[in-house]
Each structure stands twice: as structure tokens, then as C-alpha cells.
Design a protein around this ligand. Structure first.
Ligand SMILES: *Cc1c(COP(=O)(O)O)cnc(C)c1O
Length: 373
């Protein structure tokens, strides 16, 4: 058979709902002409990860032939001790992405509806459509999560509400009172999935109450990840916390083996390295604040930073310089950021908070691009 024949032959037919999925587009790590430059497109930790974590990872090299512990007992025990949670109610996955997929797989299917916000995390539509459920998009309130808009879209068919807090790609944050109001307005049969991928970046007084809700309510699942502040995106370790019944259902569709032994050891070491986490949080707060001020000082050029509580900033281009022009100009200058036309944000760039050198250089380059240098 030639390649042309194979295209015309009778072929397996994928499900309609699978072909309705727009594949995930990851952040670029090289410029379009192949140069490796500052990567500020995937919300990774600019400090990398600590030496203790690298050592823990390497310590598993001699057991590469072994399957990891399917039940992830050591990591769940460490998480339980660290966050004061019942390890039996923790479920680990290959990144929190897998945990989000397990939530959709266990609780939604054809005929069911899943709600998320307009400028939400792109894994939610994929996880929803993958199981044949119907996505329902709630409009935003100046880019932020609008609890009333979500509640207005709940029907008898709603099975899941996905909310990232802080949200990606907007960086916006819903207060504890707003999250409580959202939960209180949902029927008990609806699972509220609170995706807290960026929660460690919040100021210490900010707590959206998610873990407390998950501890006490039958219909709340909190998800967390080691990919962001802990600097372990490559290790693929995430987890969820919910009621015993929710966790039991999800465990039935979990892949028997997920992250590697090395990744599990690295995650435990990262959890214990509180200094590294605190340094990362303080650095992020300082530079995100400075960066937002720099952007808002370019208001006369049509630039605006959506107020962020995460490790990135969504910059809107509402003046003469388009986001696309800025995206290309920054790439030429050696900075890869995330332009989001596929997420209904052709006027937005999501920029990860990097090292001081990266941020200083990026701001200078951006000022030049918009004619403010
Ligand atoms: C980065 C991110 C995740 C984490 O994904 P992992 O699979 O754990 O790497 C989850 N949710 C949101 C909103 C994110 O931005």
C-alpha cells in the first residue's frame, strides 16, 4: 500500500466527540527560527528546582527497571502530613492533568454537561469532550471568574464545574467567600473541581477555602501539582483530594502506574524544601508587582495587565500595537511568551514571571516594541 492508498482505504472512525477536540497547544521552547531563548511561555519556575530535589530524583537511577508503587503510598503519606489531610482521600496522577481527566471520566459522559469559564484552562474542554460530555462555557467578568454566570448555567444535566483558582491564563483569583457562594449554589450532584495549580503563589492571607470544602463536603475535589512552584513540570506529579466516594470512583479509572519512582522521590523532597518554595513565592510576588506596574505605565500605548495572583501576567494589547506584533517582536528579542489566539485572546500575551534579568530585558524590549523606549 502506498501512503495515498492508506488515506483512501476504509479506516477506523474516531468518535465525533473526539474529533471535536482542539488539541492542546503547549508553550514553545524555541523561537520559530530555532533559537533557544528565555522561555516565559509555560509558567515554569525560573529557579528550576533545588539541589536536594535533583539528588532525590537521581537516587532512583539504580531502580529504573522497577515499576513504581501503584498506590503512591509514600507520597500520599508525605502529602497528608504536610497539609494535614487524610492520605486515604488523596489520589495521585501523572500531573494534575490526569487527575482532571479522571474527574471527567468518573463523573461525566454523553448527555451530561460540564461548565467552565470562557478564559479557562484548556485541559477542561479536552477532558470534557474526551468523555463525550457537552461543554458549557460561562462568560467572564472582565476576564475573571463570574460565579453568578456559572450558577446561571447549571441544569439537571450538569455533572462537573471546573474552576482554576488562580485561573490560567488570566491569573485572576476568586475569594474564599466567592468560592463558598459557588459551592453553596450548586446542587449536591454537581462535582466542583477546584484546580489549585498556582495556590502556593498566593499571599499567606489568601486561602480560597478549597481544601476545607473538600474535607467537609461530598462534592468538592481539589487538585494540586508539583509542576509550578515546586519546579517539577518534567516529573509529571499531581494529586487530588476529595471525599472517599469521589476518590474511590476516580481510582477505578486511574492508570495502574503513573509517575516514575524518581519523580515520586523528587516530589517528596520538594515538599520538604520549604525555603525554596518561600523564595520562589517572594521572588514571584516582587517581580509580578513590578511587571504589572511597568505594563500599566504603558496604558497610553493601550497595554493593560489583568491583576494576577499567579506566576504569570496576562497582558492585553488594546492600542496600536497588536499582541501578535509584540509576540513576534519579543521572540526576535529573545523572549518566548504565550500568544493566545486559540483561546479567544488574540489581543493577549500570557507572560511567565522569570528571573530578574529576564524580566528587566523583556520590559525593555516591550517598551521598544510599543514605541515607549
Ligand atoms: C499548569 C496547570 C496545571 C498543572 O498541570 P500538570 O499536569 O500538573 O503539569 C493544572 N491546572 C492549571 C490551571 C494549570 O495552569
Amino acid at each position: 500500500m502506498t501512503d495515498t492508498d492508506i488515506l483512501t482505504a476504509d479506516a477506523p472512525v474516531p468518535k465525533d466527540w473526539i474529533m471535536a477536540i482542539a488539541p492542546y497547544v503547549p508553550g514553545k521552547s524555541k523561537t520559530d527560527d530555532g533559537r533557544s531563548v528565555a522561555k516565559l511561555s509555560s509558567n515554569e519556575n525560573p529557579f528550576g528546582t533545588s539541589q536536594a530535589v535533583r539528588d532525590a530524583f537521581v537516587s532512583a537511577a539504580p531502580v529504573l527497571e522497577r515499576y513504581p508503587d501503584s498506590a503512591a503510598v509514600e507520597l500520599r503519606t508525605a502529602l497528608g502530613a504536610h497539609y494535614d489531610l487524610d492520605p486515604e482521600r488523596i489520589l495521585c496522577g501523572t500531573g494534575s492533568d490526569e487527575v482532571l481527566h479522571m474527574a471527567a471520566g468518573a463523573f461525566a459522559g454523553p448527555g451530561d454537561e460540564v461548565i467552565y469559564v470562557r478564559y479557562g484552562f484548556t485541559v477542561y474542554p479536552i477532558a470534557t469532550r474526551r468523555v463525550g460530555a457537552t461543554p458549557v462555557v460561562a462568560p467572564d467578568k472582565d476576564y475573571a471568574t463570574d460565579v453568578d454566570a456559572i450558577l446561571a448555567r447549571v441544569t439537571d444535566r450538569t455533572r462537573i464545574v471546573f474552576v482554576a483558582n488562580p485561573n490560567n491564563p488570566t491569573g485572576t483569583y476568586s475569594s474564599r467567600a466567592e468560592i463558598a457562594r459557588l459551592h453553596a449554589g450548586l446542587p449536591r450532584h454537581v462535582l466542583l473541581v477546584l484546580d489549585q495549580a498556582y495556590t502556593e503563589y498566593l499571599d499567606s492571607q489568601d486561602d480560597d477555602g478549597g481544601l476545607e470544602l473538600a474535607r467537609t463536603q461530598p462534592n468538592v475535589l481539589v487538585t494540586r501539582t508539583f509542576s509550578k512552584i515546586f519546579g517539577l513540570a518534567s516529573a509529571r506529579v499531581g494529586w487530588g483530594y476529595g471525599s472517599p466516594a469521589v476518590i474511590d470512583a476516580m481510582n477505578r479509572i486511574r492508570q495502574p502506574f503513573s509517575f516514575s519512582i524518581a519523580a515520586g522521590r523528587a516530589a517528596i523532597a520538594a515538599l520538604h524544601d520549604r525555603d525554596f518554595v518561600e523564595r520562589s513565592r517572594a521572588h514571584n510576588l516582587e517581580w509580578r508587582t513590578r511587571f504589572e506596574a511597568e505594563i500599566n505605565a504603558l496604558g497610553n500605548k493601550g497595554l493593560r495587565a489583568v491583576p494576577s495572583k499567579a506566576n504569570f501576567s496576562l497582558v492585553l494589547f488594546e492600542g496600536e500595537t497588536s499582541a501578535e506584533t509584540a509576540y513576534k517582536g519579543l521572540m526576535d528579542a529573545g523572549y518566548i511568551v504565550r500568544w493566545l489566539p486559540g483561546q479567544d485572546l488574540p489581543h493577549g500575551l500570557r507572560i511567565t514571571i522569570g528571573t530578574p534579568e529576564e524580566m528587566t530585558g523583556l520590559i525593555a524590549a516591550l517598551r521598544k516594541i510599543v514605541g515607549a523606549a
